[in-house]
Ligand binder design. Structure first.
Ligand SMILES: [Zn+2]
Length: 391
């Protein structure tokens, strides 16, 4: 009696393995999949036929032959469905529609003033609705929604605490799922950013990567041996609250002298207000620096010094291959990079620095949305996959 269940399970697992190779290695032949996986050619052929029937794979013309008949090559059908990735920011929302390979096909942005949770969640839902409206027709439609949030959340997608939004205990996953009846994944924006960089950005070939998101606050997504490190209870990466001044000013988190009090966008704007005697936003500060205002370039220089002090702690503590600096302040790369490098050279330990790359994100502000969309895509494919542990 049990046997049938086990056979179905084995078949499901094998099918997901075959699909995995079509997704990551296409164009690929049936024979090559059999060779990599150790499955028989007959098994692979029958599973591939099912995947073709369910529109997840299709065939293209003959590939290279090692003698004999040329094999038909298989491609993953990236447009069998679409996913939505959202970056819920402290002042704005960026949402993208991607195909199942993570390629962006539509984008939508909106500003908000965080008047209330209801207002922002309303705008979030409106952004998603707009992308659903723009989505091309496809076999599976919108397969999932991933949302990166500036705070910590639990495994049920409740946003527990977002200090820079001033939000606590918002059941975001439930609210969005109820609205659209589509599976939703909620995760920290820096975690999503790290995965975005690992899959689509400069971190592609990197196993040990720290993505530092520098916005109103500072957070990090940590990838160790190719996997996102979440910590014992899912709250890793709150790196903006590493204290860099033991008796410094009080932070919202309750500690003193936290890194983000010195090196975040919020810190930059505070300093600008005090020293220039007027409030300015990041965009206008960048314009003033470009226009050669020495007071403003000094602000960026000092910020990048503090940025460097924190990055040194990451280098010495984690010994990553790659540190990618993203978030809104990545726009100031031109003003930040040189002074930052000077601090790193002076202060980080020489051995962990040897093989290290430090770069600003090349994905612009898309790291988080791409990672969020890839969480949604992973959930969709995992739902058709049965893990051995669950049996
Ligand atoms: Zn703090």
């Amino acid at each position: 009696m049990k046997q049938t269940g086990d056979l179905n399970l084995v078949k499901k697992i094998n099918k997901s393995i075959v699909l995995h190779h079509i997704r990551s290695d296409s164009p690929i032949s049936r024979a090559r999949i059999a060779e990599i996986t150790g499955l028989t050619k007959a098994t692979v052929s029958s599973l591939v036929n099912e995947l073709i029937e369910s529109s997840l794979a299709h065939e293209i013309g003959a590939g290279e032959s090692s003698g004999g008949r040329k094999p038909m090559m298989l491609l993953f059908n990236g447009t069998a469905g679409y996913a939505i990735g959202v970056d819920l920011g402290v002042h704005d929302i960026l949402a993208v529609l991607t195909d199942l390979t993570g390629k962006v096909v539509e984008e939508y942005r909106v500003q908000h003033d965080n008047a209330s949770v209801e207002q922002v969640v309303g705008l979030l839902k409106a952004s998603i609705r707009e992308l659903i409206r723009r989505a091309p027709d496809s076999v599976y439609g919108i397969i999932g929604i991933g949302i990166g949030v500036p705070g910590i959340c639990d495994e049920n997608g409740n946003l527990l605490f977002a200090p820079n939004l001033g939000w606590e205990n918002v059941p975001l996953q439930q609210q969005v799922e109820e609205e659209f009846d589509i599976p939703v994944v909620i995760d920290n924006e820096a975690n999503a950013g790290a995965v975005g960089e690992k899959q689509f950005g400069a971190g592609k070939d990197t196993a040990n990567l720290v993505y530092v998101s520098i916005g109103i606050g500072i957070g990090a997504g940590i990838i160790i041996k190719g996997e996102l490190y979440r910590g014992a209870t899912g709250f890793s990466g709150e790196i903006g609250h590493i204290s860099i001044q033991h008796d410094g000013p009080k932070c919202r988190c309750g500690s003193l002298g936290c890194w983000e009090l010195y090196a975040s966008e919020h810190a930059l704007l505070e300093k600008a207000r005090i020293e220039l005697g007027e409030s300015a936003d990041l965009e206008s500060l960048l314009r003033m620096a470009d226009a050669g205002e020495p007071a403003v370039s000094r602000l960026f220089e000092r910020l990048s010094y503090y940025l460097g002090v924190g990055v040194v702690n990451i280098i010495n503590g984690y010994n990553p291959d790659f540190i990618i600096l993203g978030g809104r302040l990545a726009r100031a790369e031109k003003w930040l990079m040189q002074p930052l490098q000077t601090v790193l050279e002076k202060r980080s330990l020489p051995h962990p620095r040897e093989q290290l790359n430090v770069e600003f994100s090349s994905l612009g502000d898309r790291s988080t949305v791409l990672g969020a969309s890839s969480f949604a895509i992973a959930k969709f494919f995992a739902s058709t996959r049965v893990s051995v542990e669950h049996n």
